[in-house]
Design a protein around this ligand. Structure first.
Ligand code: AMP
Length: 394
């Protein structure tokens, strides 16, 4: 990996590390709804403490629009971190006044200042005054050049925390240096929101498996009637272009053979499985059918790597979760047997794999939505690019 991580740092006695974390937790009336993001950062905090560093932590929370707003205060996060770590976490009610006390300090929400999202250099200089070394562990904001993720990284020796490093390693194993054959499973609602993902993945993978509402658009593009199914009539030419580009790139496209249809988008709506040439005008395709599932599983059999984004059907309502569950469980089992590397992330994917009881079986499931998607679109993530520059300069 062309970036440095905290594993490359020696003893940090007498040094203060400025740690940019992602503590953007769901918060209601000061109560944290889900502490996954806090737990995900604990290994980095613990490793830095072991190296005897003093740590000043920075994060954003929600969208306070550049104004102080107690509804978005990070104070409850300081208390939750203290409980998780079993040690005191000092809290400073502003992110600009350098704290002079505490080995482990959390500063107030960076986004109480508009300068943060503007990547303002003078603002970053004030943040840089808090310490000697910059560590970025906030992969989920890596697609944005903000003062605390970009300008700040240019002002201090900079490297990645353990979570950031794990995300980069996983994405590298999926797309940059995968064990081949490599497949991508892409589902979800619309072609229009995944256009860049599809265009990039046909260049990078050997097999592209399509499901979800977006597969209906591809079926319509091939001339099949799709009834009332979710599809984008204005994307048919685009879908045809993707089909021919995939051929030109030697990427095999796997499209549905059959689908599960119903008359309404509702829990336990009466449903049946039909071939893709038999979707009635009053029906909508809400999931892939049994032949499609078998076809996907046999296509995956020879693969060594799978990248997954998006559900294969309307997984939130039963029984239209069946294809997502079956394929996700197959991928998880193969991964657990050691014959497959599986990486998933973006949007609803984490929820879909958790609902399929398959999430823990994957090699890596990214908790970053937007940054994961931009990576699989082939975009440069500015907060990672700046860490690569720092490694070159070191
Ligand atoms: P995305 O955020 O693009 O990954 O889309 C996820 C959403 O697509 C989920 O809410 C699914 O319910 C929905 N979805 C997947 N397949 C279908 C389908 N065949 N018809 C309607 N919605 C679907």
């Amino acid at each position: 990996m062309p970036i440095r991580t905290i594993d490359d740092l020696g003893d940090l006695s007498g040094k203060t590390v400025i740690l940019r974390a992602d503590f953007n937790v769901p918060l209601k009336n000061g109560v944290i709804g889900d502490d996954t993001r806090l737990k995900a950062t604990l290994p980095t905090i613990e490793a830095l403490l072991k190296k005897n560093a003093r740590i000043v932590m920075l994060s954003h929370l929600g969208r306070p629009d550049g104004q102080p707003n107690t509804a978005y205060s990070l104070q409850p996060v300081a208390e939750a971190l203290a409980a998780l770590l079993g040690r005191a976490v000092a809290f400073t009610p502003d992110c600009l006044t350098t704290p002079d006390e505490g080995d482990l300090v959390l500063m107030e929400n960076l986004r109480f200042y508009a300068e943060e999202e503007k990547n303002d250099r003078a603002f970053a200089e004030k943040l840089a005054a808090h310490g000697d070394i910059f560590v970025n562990d906030a992969f989920s904001t890596a697609h944005r050049a903000h003062a605390s993720t970009h300008a700040l990284a240019q002002l201090r020796p900079a490297c990645a925390g353990l979570l950031m490093a794990a995300e980069i390693r996983a994405l590298d194993a999926a797309l940059e240096n995968p064990e081949r054959p490599v497949a991508a499973v892409v589902g979800g609602a619309k072609v229009s929101t995944k256009l860049d993902v599809l265009t990039h993945l046909i260049k990078k993978t050997d097999l592209l498996i399509l499901g979800g509402g977006m597969a209906n658009t591809f079926l319509a593009a091939q001339g099949f009637a799709v009834g009332k199914s979710l599809h984008e009539a204005d994307m048919l030419d685009t879908a045809r272009r993707i089909i021919s580009e995939a051929e030109a790139q030697n990427c095999r496209l796997v499209l549905p053979l059959d689908v599960v249809v119903a008359e309404e988008f509702a829990e336990n709506a009466p449903s049946s499985c039909v071939d893709v040439n038999a979707i009635a005008a009053e029906k909508m395709a809400l999931d892939l059918g049994t032949k499609s599932i078998q076809h996907i599983i046999s296509a995956l059999e020879s693969c060594k790597t799978v990248l997954w984004n998006g559900p294969l059907g309307a997984f939130e309502i039963k029984p239209f979760d069946a294809a997502t569950v079956a394929v996700a469980q197959y991928v998880a089992q193969r991964t657990q047997k050691g014959s497959l590397t599986s990486i998933a992330g973006g949007g609803d994917t984490v929820a879909a794999l958790a609902a399929a009881n398959a999430k823990d079986g994957f090699s890596y499931v990214s908790t970053a939505g937007g940054a994961f998607l931009e990576w699989i679109e082939g975009k440069t993530l500015p907060a990672i690019a700046v860490l690569e520059d720092a490694a070159k300069a070191a």
